[in-house]
Design a protein. Structure first.
Length: 309
């Protein structure tokens, strides 16, 4: 269910970050209790508004059913599961930061942020469970929990994020199959970034200086390992039903996994006194910086990308 999830994630992080930055000028004078009340109201409004809108705009267009489970663990070469992992990690991270801004003790903020990240996406699974078209997905819940746990474990164990989970996107050209891609992933550029699994790559980005303090590496320099997949025209196989009801099967188009090694930049390590710039760095840091990359895919082909994104 990542296609809706991405929209929710972006709205959630942006609203939290901008609300904190917008009130930053008054934060020195404001009492901690006041800031916590403001943040609670913002977060409650985001949650309530999001789920009301989601239920009205999305689920109301599909038949309802009794609560049921659905195992979608093998769909999309697990790209949607990695998307859940990334999303929960990022929501946990940003929610924790803004609770700390509000004056909450760090350990408590990390725990609340992680629970918020996991709950925000997992509640969507409950709505899926009552939808005839989908179902409650335990693999999604596992991915949500893992993303929140990775964030919390690093903050509580290392007091920093030595590993960060990031996203990059590069448009995929479908040629004569573009109508099928439009039906699956949308036709606008914005929709494709959020929906098109064939163009997405997820990264585990490791900050070398945090692991090797005396190494001499710049504090912002990271090494990233990426995962993606290509030529997927359906959840499980490249087979679908056209608008006129005919079955189209393309087993000749081989689905494959992609693995990458690349450099990256941790924008949170770049020092600045500008609060707006800190906000921008925090938002952009959910994405991987374009850089040269080495790719090895499941077709056993090795490629060098002078600049990959």
């Amino acid at each position: 269910m990542s296609q809706r999830m991405f929209r929710l994630l972006h709205m959630y992080i942006l609203a939290l970050a901008l609300s904190a930055n917008g009130m930053a000028q008054d934060s020195a004078k404001a009492q901690k209790t006041t800031k916590k009340l403001i943040l609670t109201a913002v977060q409650t409004g985001l949650w309530g508004g999001t789920f009301y809108s989601l239920n009205k705009a999305w689920y109301s267009n599909y038949p309802r059913s009794s609560f049921h489970f659905y195992n979608d663990g093998k769909e999309w070469q697990q790209m949607d599961k990695v998307g859940h992992f990334w999303s929960t990690y990022q929501i946990s991270n940003h929610t924790s930061k803004i609770w700390q801004w509000a004056g909450m003790e760090k350990k408590k903020a990390v725990i609340i942020g992680s629970i918020s990240g996991m709950a925000y996406l997992s509640i969507i699974e409950v709505l899926d469970g009552f939808s005839d078209k989908w179902g409650f997905s335990m693999p999604d819940i596992l991915a949500n929990t893992s993303g929140a746990a990775l964030f919390a474990a690093q903050e509580l164990g290392w007091d920093q994020q030595k590993f960060s989970i990031k996203l990059s996107y590069s448009p995929y050209r479908y040629g004569v199959l573009q109508p099928r891609a439009n039906a699956l992933f949308g036709s606008s550029d914005a929709e494709k970034v959020l929906k098109d699994y064939n163009g997405q790559t997820y990264w585990a980005s490791a900050n070398l200086r945090s692991f090797f303090p005396s190494s001499g590496f710049p504090s912002w320099f990271n090494i990233a390992i990426g995962y993606g997949a290509r030529t997927m025209l359906g959840g499980y196989e490249n087979k679908w039903t056209s608008a006129n009801g005919s079955t189209i099967s393309r087993p000749d188009i081989q689905r494959y996994r992609r693995f990458f090694l690349s450099a990256d930049v941790d924008l949170s390590k770049i020092k600045t006194k500008s609060k707006p710039l800190k906000t921008i760095f925090s938002l952009v840091n959910v994405l991987k910086i374009p850089a040269p990359a080495i790719e090895l895919n499941s077709l056993r082909k090795l490629s060098l990308h002078p600049l990959y994104y």
